[in-house]
Design a protein around this ligand. Sequence first.
Ligand SMILES: Cc1ncc(COP(=O)(O)O)c(C=O)c1O
Length: 265
Amino acid sequence: MAAPTLSLPLPALAEQFLLRRDMTFLNHGSFGACPRPVFDTFQQWQRTLESQPVEFLGRRLPDLLRQARAQLATFVGALADDLVFVPNVTYALNIVARSIALQPGDEVLGITHEYGAIERTWRYVCLQRGATYVNQPVELPVATYDEIVEQIWRGVTPRTRVILLSHITSPTALVMPVAEICRRARAAGILSVIDGAHAPGQIDLNLAELGACYVHSSIKVMNRFSMSIAKARTCNPAKVSGNRSSSHASRQTRAIASTLRLAKR
Ligand SMILES: Cc1ncc(COP(=O)(O)O)c(C=O)c1O
């Protein structure tokens, strides 16, 4: 069989990165390299900050963040007020996992293609609340989206409260049928939590249409922006609680929860 040919302008794309040219770099997930224009812009902002930190952090930052949120909203098809900046995806998903009022006996359904740190977070939270994390197998190879949906849905029981799903899976690079899963979850009264770590910049997004309870994305392909999104519009507030401890993280959680207009228990 003839070797597949790539139609992508790879040499031109390689120019866009600072990576050494004597190696083939394949990990654009966990430790992805930053494209030159992003890196340059990132450094310009750092220099601006360092040239007058008080002016930048004390006076300009809130407006700059507001502008960034508005531009981001257009990019991902959401309302700016539904977006919150947090340090990274792990942080964002911890906020969500720890803010949902899981009860003993509840189930959280994930699939066997979730990112390790995120799966461990949900397992930990489930253990604390007396809930169960169900790791639903999605067997490879799969031929159709319908097949994936059916495999995932086999894990749903009357006790399922949350479905956790990566938009693009980390270990297997599959684009998941999140719209259909969210639609079914909504109809069944289940919260859908989408880990969108790799989605923005790689696939077109319309978060408003998706209607997921939460979507968390860092723009992995544009690393260094450390940008994450949390979105909540269609979820049932009664199922979500604020964290009651007084740590900085929980103050931030409460601030984010209130931005998300989520009710505290
Ligand atoms: C699917 C997925 N979710 C979450 C993460 C964690 O992202 P972060 O390190 O930005 O918290 C990753 C990291 O690569 C990932 O691939």
